[in-house]
Design a protein around this ligand. Sequence first.
Ligand SMILES: [Fe+2]
Ligand SMILES: [Fe+2]
Length: 261
Amino acid sequence: MRILFLGDVVGKPGRRAVRQLLPRLIDREQLACVIVNCENATDGAGIDPNSARDLLDAGVHILTSGNHVWRRKEILGYLEHNPPLLRPANFPPGVPGRGWLVQETADGTPIAVLNLIGRVFMDSVDCPFRVAEGLLSELRARARTIVVDMHCEATSEKGAMGWFLAGKVSAVLGSHTHVQTADDCVLPGGTAYITDAGMCGPINSVIGVDRELAVRRFLTHMPVKFEVARGPVVVQGVVVEVDAASGHAQSIRRIREVCET
Ligand SMILES: [Fe+2]
Ligand SMILES: [Fe+2]
């Protein structure tokens, strides 16, 4: 069974590229499940209901997110309808939405997806390691295949989560930095790992942001309103092959496709 995970979708260019490429990718890779991080899908910051529907209509099965998930207040009402859109599970108890879900593929195979967020150089939320550990038995009772989106700034924290969950989940896939790393591997026990899947956003940019605006902020330290960059878009992520019977990952392969529109 093949699962596609795409890194953070940045603004309209990112959504357009996913919409354009996904049908071909689903067909070419024979994908059973598509998981996409959507935290930057609306104008580069946050996710609103229209952007979420846009991605789900494009063929995405499950949306994950991260630190920018609350940037659009319209998302709060949308989350009440229980869409397949996750926010990190280690956010404070009682906040809207959910941090994990189980969804069946077309052939009825259940896949659990867990969204976590790191704490190094980020807000000090609950411990992602202890929250993951606390949820494992419930997730494993519901699905053999478990995919974790570890949304995180520090490579060390993501690497530690990979080893912490090695042999316990099918994949630990990093998001948030928007830069695809070249360390994809299958850890002992059958856990696919990559420090960062990358992004779906404009190539000639600073992690998706208009480069002139990003440079200006670094030069001046003045507030600068960021805008999503224009031009060709890169769609980055990984395809993970999982043995559905055991939940063990057999391989992980990076995807990098360029979309000119
Ligand atoms: Fe992001
Ligand atoms: Fe993020």
